[in-house]
Structures are given as C-alpha cells and as structure tokens.
Design a protein around this ligand. Sequence first.
Ligand code: LP5
Ligand code: MN
Length: 238
Amino acid sequence: MSALFIADLHLSDHCPENTRAFLDLLAGLAREVDALYILGDLFEYWAGDDDRDTPLNREVGEALATLAAQGTRIGFIAGNRDFLVGEDFARDAGLNILADPTVLDLDGRRVLVTHGDNLCTDDHAYQAFRHQVRAPQWQRAFLARPLEERKLMIEGLRRHSETAKQEKALDIMDVNSAAVDALLRAHDYPTLIHGHTHRPAHHIHHVDGLACERWVLSDWRGTATWLHWDGAAFSPGP
Ligand code: LP5
Ligand code: MN
C-alpha cells in the first residue's frame, strides 16, 4: 500500500497559501495513494462542528469528501488546535477519526501515529491545560456556549499561548525522550510518526537495545510538506 502523512497545516483565512497547497495536494498526489493520514492541527483552530459552514471550512470539507469518494482512505488524529472536530464534520468530509495514538500496519511494518503534544511532558502548564480541555464533560460545557463566544475565548487563548511560548525554554516544548521511549516500549517498538513540535527530523531511538525510527513531520509554511510511504520505505516530500 501507499500512504501520505501530513500535520500542522494550521489552515485559516490568514494563510491562503496553505489552503491552496492543501487543495492541490488533495486533487493531486493524495489521489494516487491508498491512504492519507492527517496527524493533527489541520486547522488553526476548530471551535466546534457548528462552525463547519464558513467558506474555508466548507471548501476543505468538500475537497476531503471528494478525495474519500474517489477511494483514498483518510485517517485523522486530532491536534491541540482541532480536537473539537466531531462526528458531524468527519461524516461530511469522509474522515475516519483515529485514537491518539494508533498503530497502523503498513505492508507488515508497524507504525505508531500520534499528534505528538502528549509527548511534551516537560511542558507542565500545557499538560495541565490539555488534561482539562480533553475531558468530555469540559467539552460538552464549552460546546454548549454560543459559537461567537467560543471563538472569542479561543482567540484569547491563542494570544495567551503565544505569550506563554515566548517565556518557555525551547527544550520543554520538544518531546521528552523518556516519554518517547515509554511509548515505543508500550507498543512493542514500532516506527513512530508525529507532528506538533514543528521540528522536522528523522531520529533513531535506541530503546531496550532496539533501534526505532521517529519521523517528525514539518508544519506547513506556504507550501505542502509530507512523509510518503511507497510500500517499502518512507521519504519526506516534496
Ligand atoms: O498551539 P501552539 O503551538 O501555539 O501552542 C501549543 C500549546 N497551546 C495550546 C493552545 C492553542 O494554541 C489554542 C487552542 C485552540 C483550541 C480550540 C479548542 C477549544 C479550547 C478553548 C478554551 C478556551 O495548545 C502551548 C504549548 C505549545 O503548543 C508547545 O507544545 O506550550 O501551551 C500553552 O501555551 C498552554 C499554556 O501554557 C497554559 C494555558 C493555560 C490556560 C489559561 C487560560 C487562559 C484563557 C484565556 C481565554 C479567555
Ligand atoms: Mn500541535
């Protein structure tokens, strides 16, 4: 089988280049693979499925649905920006929402996919925040607020996040290597693919005497970037 892995596109009206690049990918290369895996932060933020009718969200949803109808399976793992993507948008767009993490079988090779934020265990403020907003009860209460109020709250939080990041040491915003080791061990030493850190790389982790690959996907900065599986090997693109 063949597959494409992407993450951290942060689609919004503020970066039409990324939207264009994504629509081009969906109409082009993504049609030639068996599966497209979106590993979180497809959107700059997602306020709830009742926001899926904005021009951008509708265009993206329709383009994904067209790809799915044409035969490419689409797997979606939520990121810290778009964990409120729900069943309604998923159904419209033909997305299969996957648990974080999920083990894939790529031609007999075991590959673990995750957004990556839960590996940043040194970022205690973020992990406390994550714990709160991933709770179903918190999400129900948040989604019960009016859409415009939710968007204002998120924009306030985005500003807070940008300030908070400037005050954090760079290394606490990377994955913690003991957390990576523990995840690899718990899943029987697969290949790991994740995004979130915006530090594209191909690492080799030695865990318990075994060598495991860790691919870190790049964020998009006006052009498409991906990791391609051709049935036998990975290669970053373009
Ligand atoms: O996203 P990024 O790269 O800027 O930073 C992340 C972490 N920040 C976040 C927050 C997101 O940017 C915004 C989330 C949008 C989600 C929409 C869903 C609904 C939630 C609405 C809640 C009101 O994930 C950042 C990490 C960084 O990655 C690197 O890993 O460091 O973490 C933070 O900045 C979190 C802070 O450290 C702690 C936040 C405490 C919350 C304080 C509440 C203030 C609320 C103001 C709003 C009215
Ligand atoms: Mn992220």
